[in-house]
Design a binder for this molecule. Sequence first.
Ligand code: X90
Length: 277
Amino acid sequence: MKFKIVSDSSSNIFHFPGVEFASVALKINTASAEYVDDENLDVAKMVQALQENKGKSGTSCPNVHDWLQAFAGADYIFAITITSNLSGSYASAQQAKAIYEENNPGAKVFVVDSLSTGPEMRLIMERIREWIDAKLPFEKIKEKIQEYQKKTHLLFSLESLTNLARNGRVNPAVAKIAGVLGIRMVGCASEVGTLQPLHKCRGEKKALETIFKEMVTRGFEGGRARIAHCFNPEAAASLKETILAAFPKSDIFIEPATALCSFYAEKGGLLVGFESK
Ligand code: X90
């Protein structure tokens, strides 16, 4: 029986060793270009081009066919998507599940609505990989995912919310506050998978301190933390240091955001997914 993990590219993951894995791409579109969020894309070039292009830009989620292609050949599939509240990715994965199960009797697909994105998706995927490796049955893994999701969280710091606001993913009034020079918006993924603003912070140092405080408030006690950043490795490293100073046994991993998260988090943006007790 072949297990497979499939995630949409908002997870920032193209390679996931130790398990069968496929990524399905979201896309970023402008009037003159389409950027596919896969490993061939030069994200730095995209971010640069988007900064110079003042025209309209938007994104699109994977379609049913994209998901079906990624499922092909596997018997037991875990499909992880960006929050269904901000994207159609979950809906297309659900449709693909119905078609795949009908065409492949015995095959099972579990679609996980992360109610989040990026590094919180990675946390869930890492656990699924461990449970597959431990040879737990499909149904048991489903249960464990649902339990685990109660203990994972996402916080972020954004220098600009322009692309989120332009594409209707955040209230324009909120975006305006964060747009003030030097102000960072610290927020979280809400319980229902929407972007919830928490604090306006002056300067990056303050924003990172605030994130760390919010992690502790939410029950972080030195478990796993996964950090994704958009061209801001310094901030990621500094947050890692702060976490380790307080919880030396924490398990922390840093990665650059790929296209989708880079488009919305924008330059300087940072996301942290973490576990609570
Ligand atoms: O279907 C599509 O076109 C994709 C739309 C995605 C919209 C939101 C992406 C957010 C990326 C920004 C900060 C984290 C917000 C998390 C809220 C749950 C990252």
